[in-house]
Each structure stands twice: as structure tokens, then as C-alpha cells.
Design a binder for this molecule. Sequence first.
Ligand code: BES
Ligand code: MN
Ligand code: ZN
Length: 513
Amino acid sequence: MKQIIDVKMTARNVDFSECKTDVLVVGIFSDAKKLDSLNAQLDKKLAGAIGRLIKLGDFKGAEKTSAIVYGNEKIGARRVLLVGLGEKDKATLDTIRKATAHAAKKSVEIKAKTVALALHNAFGRRFDLSAVGRASGEGAYFGSYQYDEYVTESQNGRLDSLKVELIEPDPGKLRELKKGLAVGSIIGRAQSYARTLTNRPGNVIYPATLAAAAKEAARGSKRLSCTVFDKKQMTAKGMGGVLAVGSGSQHEPRFIILKYNPANIRAANKLPVVALVGKAITFDSGGISIKPAANMEEMKLDKTGGIAVISTLKAAAELELPVRLYGLIPSAENLPGGSSYRPGDIINTFSGKTVEVQNTDAEGRMILCDALAYAVKQKCDVIIDIATLTGACMVALGTYKAGLMGNDNELIKQIQKASEDSGEKVWPMPSDDEYAEEMRSKIADLKNIGSKWGGACTAAAFLRQFVGDAKWAHLDIAGMDMFQNPTEYSAVGSSGFGVRLLTTYLMNLINNK
Ligand code: BES
Ligand code: MN
Ligand code: ZN
């Protein structure tokens, strides 16, 4: 099987024009009246080629656009890639992340072996340099990502690795940039790992193989441990929700527990114990309440939340974050069959609460409720769950922002801040008592669907019944799990959404932001 592109990242003190590389990447603002001094120097050596390109109107510096100018004997680079940064005042760190991703994607497309990133220089000292390094690292991984491990036909010689250098003419800036780049590379790699695991289909990734992947991830760090409950153990523990959803499949369900115990216990003691809970339905056919055939293949991505959690714990361990973490990933395959759970069934869940099933396609909440109750039992102070939970959330927010619900304003604000910092967008939505009322059953404690309206909010209100007194937030990422088509800065398929958001939340927690 083909390997995923291996990105190697470094930072180096070198002059733009002297840098030997296949692609030198520079940034241009759409509202700049003239080239900044570094770009102007480069343009001079290129005999004004950049200036002419801009003057002709072939490149305007708009976001999501780029243009290539070919190098000459006066510069070290074979090509100069101009990347649009949009309006100068509107630019954020996410502009750097996305522009870098765009450049990395273009570089892979033209089969470059080496890329020199200089676009951050357009910002001078406007942003914290380590944050710039981090965004660049994250962006380079994101943009160069491709999923082709099952394509056996010729890839037209796609390269196995890409060498990316962050180049910086000012040696005084290098240290901070490097620091950030190291962090960004860890997060970027974790996100690419998440995308590959998620892109793998349901015949390859099912609960047992997902559990094996989590174990493998834990083997990479002595601070990370992984315990997996199989069907028998879940039965003994009374995890009726996960068992019910998994009952129709030949692939039995699993309950995956990752635990991260940092070396720096003193620092961790000052912080809450955080549980990250992720939905991992390895394929969601809807079960007996079966889904229509159109686009059903996309439901292999219904494990995105769980994989975001595995990947975040992996990143947290590599970053040696001083915070105690649980990663709880209930995993099942939702299929119709002779042993499937059915509408009308009443399920005893791990919390002790009973749930009347009215729709087997509302399975995410059935597995999450067991994991949330498990987090409460472990006395976690903060619980954040992440799930491709409802089509209704997609109807409400489209494919641009994830729904954010919760029971604690401070936690909501922290996640909003992490969202701004990471570029993975969220939008607040309610989940209070009115919504919870819709989830009451006449013959059990709860039922698993509400009325026709507000489906994302009623689903969240259902989950809220299982978090006890913990501070809880819920991320509904149904619209965020994938790109249906390639974009200017991403390949088609899994987006790896959540890895940057959750890692950033944890890092901010440590830095008191
Ligand atoms: N996994 C789906 C939600 C989903 C839909 C994710 C589209 C990504 C894209 C979830 O399990 C589901 O089927 N939800 C139902 C709930 C309904 C039966 C109350 C839905 O949204 O239709
Ligand atoms: Mn479903
Ligand atoms: Zn689902």
C-alpha cells in the first residue's frame, strides 16, 4: 500500500533570493500599493517579473489564489509561488495557515521536492512568532495531505516526501519560529494521521481495528495507555447503549479508553482532569431505520469524532502537555440485521437511565451516553464530546462551523477562544430544559429522538442528561467531517476536524489563556 506523503519541516536563516529550492513561497496582500521590501528585492533579481504579473492583473493577491513566476540564474529558487493573503488588516494567523496549506498543495501538485516558505515575512512582527511558526507547520501538513493508499494505478510519480523549510532572513526571529514550528508539526502530523484513519473505509476500520490503532498510538508514548473493553466486558459493565448500536453487525463493538498521565504532576494538579469523548461509528447505515442509498458511503466518516480524540491524545503526549487526560471512544458499526436493536426497544444504559429507541439512526447519542457516564464515574472535571451527531446541525450551520453546546459559560468561552486560535470554527447553540423536555419518554426515562425541529439542540440536550455535575461541552461536527470536493487548501475527504481545536484548547488551558 502507498504511504502518505511524509512532510519534513525545518526553519532556516537564509536570504529569500539565495535559497535553493524547487518552490519559494512569498505572500502578497490584495490591497498593497507596492511590493514590500523583501519581495521588491526578489523582484529586482527577477528583472521585474513579479511586478509585471501584478500590473497585468493576472494576480491580485486575493485569498485562495496564487501564481507562479519562474526563477533565473540570479536567484536560488526554481520557481517563486506568489500566494494571495487578501486584505492586510483582515489577515489573521489563519490567513498564514491557509496560505501555507495552499502553497503546500500546489507544491505537491507540481511534484516539488522542496518548498521554502517565506510568506510569513509579509506580516513583520504583527503576530507572535512562535504562533506564526505553529500555524505554518499546521498549514504545511494540512495542504500537502492526500489520501491515495488504495490507488494502485500510476500516481504520475507522486513523491513520497516533501521537504518544507520556513525561511527567515532575520536570525533574531528564528528561535521563536522554530519553537512554534515544532509544535505545529506535531499537531499537523496528528491531524494528517486522523485524516488517514478516518478516510479508511468500513471494511478496514471497524471497532476492533480502530481499537488496535488506538493501542498502537499508545505504544508510541510511555505516558499514554490504552484499555479496550470488548463485548463481554461491556456486557459485564452494563454499557447497554454501545452494545445495542453494535448488535446488528458481525463486527462487535468496543469501548476504547486512552489515558494520558503527564510527567509533570505538579503542574497537572493545578488543572482539571479532562475527558475527551468521541463518537466512533465506523459505518452508519442507520440500522433498521435505514438511510437512503444516496451518499451513504460518506457514513464511513461517522468515526471522525472518536479519531479526533485518539489523535489529540497522541499530540498531547508528544507535546508533553501537563494535563491529565482521558480519551473515551465508544465504537460500533450501525447495521440492520437479525440481531439489530430496533425501534421500540428500551435500553439500560451505563448511567442506569433507560432509553426508548424510536429511531435506530439516532445511534450516536446511544453510544455517547455510556461514554459520558463513564467519564463522570472517573470523576473528570471537564468533559468535551465531539461527534458527527446530527444532519440538523448541518442544516443549521452548513459546512463552515461546528455546533457548540454546553452547560458552563467559561468552558464555552475557552472553546471559542481555541476555535479562533486554531481556525476550526464553532458556533454556540442552545441545549437547555425546553429541548430536554422533548427527549422524555412515556415509558422510559428518555427517548432517543425529539420533534421535527431543532434536532441538533435536542440531541445535545439528551447528552446533557448524562454529564452529572461535570463542566461539559458538546461539539456537533456533522458538517465538518469532510470536504466533498478538493478546495484551494485541502484534498477531498476527511478534514481531521477537531484535532487542532481540541489540542489548542488543552494548550491554552495550560497557558492560562
Ligand atoms: N451520523 C449521522 C449524522 C450525520 C448526518 C453526520 C450527515 C454527517 C452528515 C447521525 O447518526 C444521524 O443519522 N442522525 C440522525 C438523527 C435523527 C434520526 C434524529 C439525522 O441527523 O438524521
Ligand atoms: Mn445515524
Ligand atoms: Zn451517526
